[in-house]
Design a protein around this ligand. Structure first.
Ligand code: CP
Ligand code: NVA
Length: 319
């Protein structure tokens, strides 16, 4: 086991953009090591307590944040916030100031990203974004880790062409920031009106320039944007909290389904990716998600390895 994990510059992980390219590389190295030799990390988080505050349902994020710390000698507590939102029963400040007396890390899934920012401001322990309306950095980390494993390491991501097709919201924003930091070239394809946030697009361009990664983000409504892409990524058309608008969304997204024809328009042998949960028959056909080109279960597995690495580095940073 590595004796030290490089401390991260930011106390929290609220967005992928809080990391530097060097930190992403270090996280990937640690994730690979924990995945390869789990026994060596059996006590790496001994005595560490993580609390998970979830305003929305979850399978992957919840299970991986429970199993991961347990495998490294720590433990996690799940706190269901689906009935009362964070800040409802008592102020976010009081909540944060209580929690920091008992736990080493707060992992939160929220409707509003602003709640995460407030939590992070009000507490000295790390706060990890487990999905907000704006970002899903743990997902993005696992996704680029999954690609890096197939490309001979993180340097294989430089110039790697991938497409995201679907809603330009949380998962898309984290993939965009990840592209800027790893040097991948991401084409975002959305129906008109569902483009990613303009400030996030411009932040990504600034990030890629500042770190000179060669990463890029291009936004289009044209499905032909998948041409030459070696991976095609999609997400649900109706994110949690958007159910009231499901009908209109289905109509807008229908032409953007990932099916055999769309995959055939990408580079030969292109991989298919999805954060899951998938809505089979909507954003992706069974034939595509069940094909040998599909990486979806590897992405899900890597959620745990990426997050384990993150916890090791974040908790190492606190001393
Ligand atoms: N991809 C993802 O975050 O899945 P869950 O919603 O099941 O956690
Ligand atoms: N965009 C989806 C991601 C789920 C992991 C949502 O917010 O529901």
């Amino acid at each position: 086991m590595a004796n030290t994990f490089i401390p991260l510059g930011s106390k929290d992980l609220l967005t992928f953009a809080s990391l530097s390219p060097r930190e992403v590389a270090a996280l990937f190295d640690t994730a690979a090591a924990t995945k390869r030799s789990p026994a060596e990390y059996r006590a790496a988080l001994a005595g560490c307590s993580v609390i998970m505050l979830f305003e929305k349902p979850s399978l992957r994020t919840r299970v991986t944040f429970e199993v991961g710390p347990a495998r490294m000698g720590g433990h996690a507590i799940y706190y269901d916030h689906s009935k009362d939102r964070i800040g409802q029963r008592e102020s976010v400040r009081d909540y944060a100031k209580n929690l920091e007396r008992w736990v080493d890390c707060i992992v939160a899934r929220v409707f509003s990203h602003a709640v995460l920012e407030e939590l992070a401001r009000e507490t000295r322990v790390p706060v990890v974004n487990a999905l907000s309306d704006l970002h899903h950095p743990c997902q993005g980390l696992a996704d680029y880790l999954t690609l890096a494993e197939r490309l001979g390491g993180i340097t294989g991501l430089r110039g790697f062409e991938l497409a995201y097709i679907g809603d330009g919201n949380n998962v898309c924003h984290s993939l965009m920031q990840g592209a800027a930091l790893t040097g991948a070239r991401l084409t975002v394809i959305t129906p008109p009106g569902y483009e990613p946030s303009a400030p996030v697009v411009s932040e990504c361009r600034t990030l890629a320039e500042r770190h000179n990664t060669g990463g890029s983000v291009r936004v289009t409504t044209d499905k032909a944007g998948v041409r030459a892409c070696r991976a095609v990524y999609t997400d649900t058309w109706v994110s949690m909290g958007q159910e009231g608008d499901a009908g209109g969304r289905r109509r807008a997204f229908e032409p953007y389904r990932v099916d055999g024809a769309l995959m055939a328009a990408a580079a030969p042998g292109a991989w298919f990716m999805h954060c899951l949960p998938a809505h089979r028959g909507d954003e992706v056909t069974d034939a595509v998600i069940d094909s040998p080109a599909s990486l979806v279960y590897d992405q899900a597995e890597n959620r745990m390895h990426a997050q384990n690495a993150l916890l090791l580095h974040l908790l190492a940073s606190k001393d």
